[in-house]
Design a protein around this ligand. Structure first.
Ligand SMILES: [Zn+2]
Length: 220
């Protein structure tokens, strides 16, 4: 597998990296999402509804793998046990690139997912725990809290499809969901803002763990 995205709840990966996943599929990379919880604490949906929505979204994204670890929603913390289980998933899927939410966020599950995955990437290498797997890059995607990106992906060509993917999560982003009337318009506004920073219509920002090697700075 080329790209594996960890998502605290079904829909987070699509929000933060939906355009990235669509663009990479177009380039022929294999992609997958692993949800850590079923999102059963949602005020507007059951776990079953969210699973059905995730299935539709996965199909549109062309994912090779979509798994749910079914950790208890709201219970995530950066613990040894969670790290071991996520490291096992990394070993099993052998991704070259792993994505997880940025480590600053208003939702404690998002922060925990970020920390768990960062540690698990290292645990996945430990020979005494299992068959070692080394990923190439760990990237953080943006949910609620902005950060200065390491790079911004041009998602102009796939942006409308990303919106279609998000519309699969009707229970989360439907216009009638209380307090979320402006959510989808704001997704568009954010993508336009990050697009404006690289002079394209729509962009998605990412932070890399460590540094990226650039062989040709004239044409990166
Ligand atoms: Zn979430």
């Amino acid at each position: 597998m080329d790209i594996l995205v960890f998502s605290p709840h079904p829909d987070d990966a699509e929000l933060g990296a939906g355009g990235f996943l669509l663009e990479m599929r177009k380039r022929g990379y294999s992609t997958g999402i692993v949800d850590l919880t079923a999102g059963e604490l949602s005020s507007t949906a059951t776990a079953e509804t969210r699973a059905a929505e995730a299935k539709k979204a996965s199909h549109l994204l062309g994912l090779e793998v979509r798994e749910n670890l079914n950790f208890k929603d709201g219970s995530l913390s950066d613990s040894y046990d969670f790290r071991l289980q996520v490291a096992e998933i990394i070993r099993k899927n052998k991704p070259r690139v792993v994505l997880t939410p940025f480590y600053e966020d208003r939702h404690p599950d998002h922060v925990a997912c970020s920390l768990i995955v960062k540690a698990s990437v290292l645990y996945a290498r430990l020979r005494k725990v299992g068959e070692p797997h080394y990923i190439k890059y760990l990237y953080y995607y943006m949910l609620n809290t902005p950060f200065v990106p390491t790079y911004i992906v041009d998602i102009s060509d796939s942006f409308e499809k990303k919106m279609e993917v998000l519309s699969c999560y009707h229970s989360q982003f439907g216009a009638e969901v209380p307090l979320l009337r402006d959510y989808i318009p704001h997704v568009r506004a954010k993508a336009e803002y990050y697009g404006s920073l690289i002079n394209v219509a729509y962009g998605e920002p990412f932070r890399a763990e460590g540094f990226l090697k650039v062989s040709d700075p004239v044409n990166p």
